[in-house]
Design a protein around this ligand. Structure first.
Ligand SMILES: [Zn+2]
Length: 156
């Protein structure tokens, strides 16, 4: 029995764009903070010095509102994680819509011009049409002679 795997891509590009934007938005402050630490003469490999730097340097939003860089890094990390989660969710949705169906390639023949073509039917569709006792299917237009016909099933 010929089996065909039908893969349907569901467009979730808005989610993907949002995920990417969030990831970049989260990464940018971390890069800026690390660059600042580096230009202040702190080795990025020296974690305790870096930790100290994050706590001793406030980040000013303006209007006298400021908070330690440490919080900025935490917030950025949360933003990156949500961005990556959005991207991951999109991947999962694509996997979920990959369905295996028992489609059969059926060869049909036009009763007017004998033109042959293939169409896909599921087992249940074929049974509902009364196949194999009934070998003609519902009316449709022939691509070759442009006439309406009830094509004959001549093979699976
Ligand atoms: Zn025809």
């Amino acid at each position: 029995m010929p089996r065909s795997t039908r893969k349907t891509m569901v467009a979730r590009s808005s989610n993907q764009v949002l995920g990417l934007v969030l990831t970049i938005l989260g990464l940018a402050p971390i890069i800026v903070v690390l660059l600042n630490a580096w230009t202040s003469g702190i080795s990025l490999l020296n974690l305790s010095a870096l930790y100290e730097f994050l706590w001793s340097n406030p980040f000013y939003l303006g209007f006298g509102i400021g908070f330690e860089l440490f919080y900025l890094v935490i917030v950025s990390t949360v933003i990156i994680i949500s961005g990556l989660a959005l991207l991951a969710r999109r991947m999962r949705q694509i996997e979920e819509v990959t369905v295996v169906s028992d489609d059969l390639a059926v060869t049909l023949e036009c009763t007017v011009c004998k033109h042959r073509w293939e169409e896909h039917f599921s087992q249940t569709q074929l049974q509902a049409m009364g196949f194999p006792q009934n070998r003609t299917i519902s009316r449709r237009r022939c691509q070759e002679c442009r006439k309406f016909t009830r094509p004959k099933i001549i093979g699976l």
